[in-house]
Design a protein around this ligand. Structure first.
Ligand code: 6PG
Length: 228
């Protein structure tokens, strides 16, 4: 397996991190749409991306050329505010003219096993992604890949015992999440400092298992930076 090529980008605070991340996503979109007529992005869940997605909602770009996929989803009812796709829809996707058929939510309301199988079928024809967005948990997890669990048992994993509630989730595997031409981690806040320090020290955390050929760019704010 290729080593993980890591590039660290430090910003003064979460506001500047969000601004820079939104600009990087829009630049990736411009490049992909100019080259291939479409931009295929995998979205991160959790709370950190919210400010980034809100900025994208105000952007001028060729929205009909965007194709939205999700890195992981919580097994909650489709309309539940805790769903990652609901957060993205509320602050961004429902506010821009991306065709509904271009937004590929993980059907996690079906339960982890059925949803993982359905999403794997949907992903199977794709040659990869233009951009993969990911977050970092305090324990080093990313998407639905948690320490001491299987990160590559299938292209899309059914997770039944996630330490971060809810326990039942669906997650793209480390290998699937490594199929982005570009990969951006968005990391903010002092609660992530220990995970960043472990990552930089070479610990085998789930985030370190994301190894795209083009390397990984980690955008983080000073609060999350361990100082070394
Ligand atoms: C989720 C996410 C998860 C998240 C990290 C960071 O469903 O919770 O997929 O992997 O990205 O836990 O979450 P925060 O951005 O909320 O700190």
């Amino acid at each position: 397996m290729t080593a993980q090529e890591l590039r660290w980008h430090l910003y003064a605070d979460s506001l500047r991190l969000a601004e820079r991340a939104a600009r990087a996503i829009l630049a990736a979109a411009r490049e992909a749409i100019a080259a291939r007529g479409r931009f295929r992005i995998v979205l991160a869940g959790g709370t950190t991306p919210r400010a980034v997605y809100a900025r994208l909602a105000a952007a001028a770009t060729d929205w009909p050329a965007w194709e939205i996929w999700f890195g992981d989803e919580r097994c909650l009812p489709a309309a539940d505010a805790g769903r990652n796709n609901r957060m993205a829809a509320d602050v961004w996707l429902d506010r821009v003219p991306i065709p509904p058929e271009s937004v590929h939510a993980i059907p996690a309301e079906q339960g982890a096993a059925a949803a993982a199988a359905a999403y794997a079928r949907a992903l199977a024809p794709l040659p990869g992604f233009d951009l993969v967005l990911l977050g970092l948990g305090e324990d080093g997890h990313t998407a639905g890949l948690f320490p001491a669990r299987d990160w590559n048992g299938a292209a899309v994993l059914a997770v039944g015992d996630a330490p971060k509630p809810p326990p039942e989730r669906v997650s793209l595997s480390a290998a699937t999440l490594s199929r982005g031409a570009q990969t951006l981690f968005l990391v903010s806040g002092d609660s992530k400092r220990d995970a960043v320090a472990a990552w930089r020290a070479g610990a085998a955390i789930p985030a370190a298992a994301i190894r795209p050929a083009g390397g990984v760019d980690v955008l983080l704010d000073l609060a999350a930076w361990p100082g070394t």
